[in-house]
Design a protein around this ligand. Sequence first.
Ligand code: APR
Ligand code: PHB
Length: 394
Amino acid sequence: MSIPDKTQVLIIGGGPAGLLLSQLLHLAGIDTVVLERRTRDHVLSRIRAGVLEQGTVDLLHRAGVSGRMEREGLVHSGVEIAFHGERLRIDLDDLTGGRSVTVYGQTEVTADLYAARDEMNGVVVHEAEDVTLHDVLGARPFATFRKDGQTHRIDCAFIAGCDGFHGVSRASIPETVLKTYELVYPFGWLGVLSDVPPVQEELIYAGQENGFALCSMRSLTRSRYYIQCSLEEKVDDWSDDRFWETLSGLLPGDIADRLTTGPSIEKSIAPLRSFVAEPMRHGRLFLAGDAAHIVPPTGAKGLNLAASDIHYLSQALIDHFTRSNDEGLEGYSARALARVWKAERFSWWMTTALHRFPEKGAFGARIQKAEFDYLASSRAARQSLAENYVGLPF
Ligand code: APR
Ligand code: PHB
């Protein structure tokens, strides 16, 4: 594949945000190049969350990448919250007037996007090293990078920074311009993937005196479980037996009794963080997805937020190139951030309501119990949870 020296929209990052943008712009006749630092195998080996909002499903459909998801994804019309052994089903379907979520791994979404880009001869440059952005405040921005020992330059009209939390795009915006907001939680999640049937058909978010656990899945034969863990923990200290035993202890007794255990096929620890960078635009550079914001995984909003950013950004770029209308580009940052902050609030709330926070003491524990009791007793409270869980409109 030869590397072009110009394109209309240069996309930094070949994760789900960058690939989806590339795909949507391609369908509108807009030319893109994606620069990705890692190999494709590396990108496709990352295990991330697996719950898609209806809006994300619809967007993937519009992008022409929904075939396998429609066949293999599991549509869930409810989700369970358990607290100190008490169980409560949130009937998403009833509480949201027929909306649901689809359980389908982010890894699969990314694989489907790569397949679609290949089919359309989309240009994705892997192992692009030292990507550097230039003149983003001018009319003709460009990026330089190295590939196979050679230096390249690509000129463009716009740059989309879809390069995740550790990328170069956000780092290219001067500190005097960018305001960041951050909350780092004093714990992480230890996750295990195992080829065992899920403990029940729907997800269970469980809070207990000793911590939080989540029962999720990738298919009817592959489960994904998480437990709250201290940030000092090392994955190597967690044998499969120790993981299953700790997980059992965090679940309501009747659920724990039904748990099928087996060898893990992946085990990893992720820290929990809430983060937002404002604004999401600097001249001709537009940030989207994890490059601009991070949510803790409770509620599975990360990929869904990337999808809503890409929806707004793709529309704005299409309006620019096909209708010479720049309203969408002008309003992108404010529009995206309005939704981002609501998802930040929800992810923070769910994290706070269900995890163990020793430093919050007995008062904090009682407030958590009151949260759960309120949910159990109020349809309005359940409706608020359900509305956010299936995803606010975009
Ligand atoms: N140059 C080129 N590519 C880069 C650079 C760089 N300097 N830095 C990072 N990248 C690449 C990463 O290798 C990664 O493949 O950018 C990509 C960013 O992808 P993600 O981190 O997956 O972020 P995003 O596409 O915004 O996806 C949204 O939703 O569930 C959440 O955090 C989860 O990744 C997920 C996110
Ligand atoms: C997952 O399946 O990995 C998952 C599901 C729901 C979450 C987070 C992660 O809230």
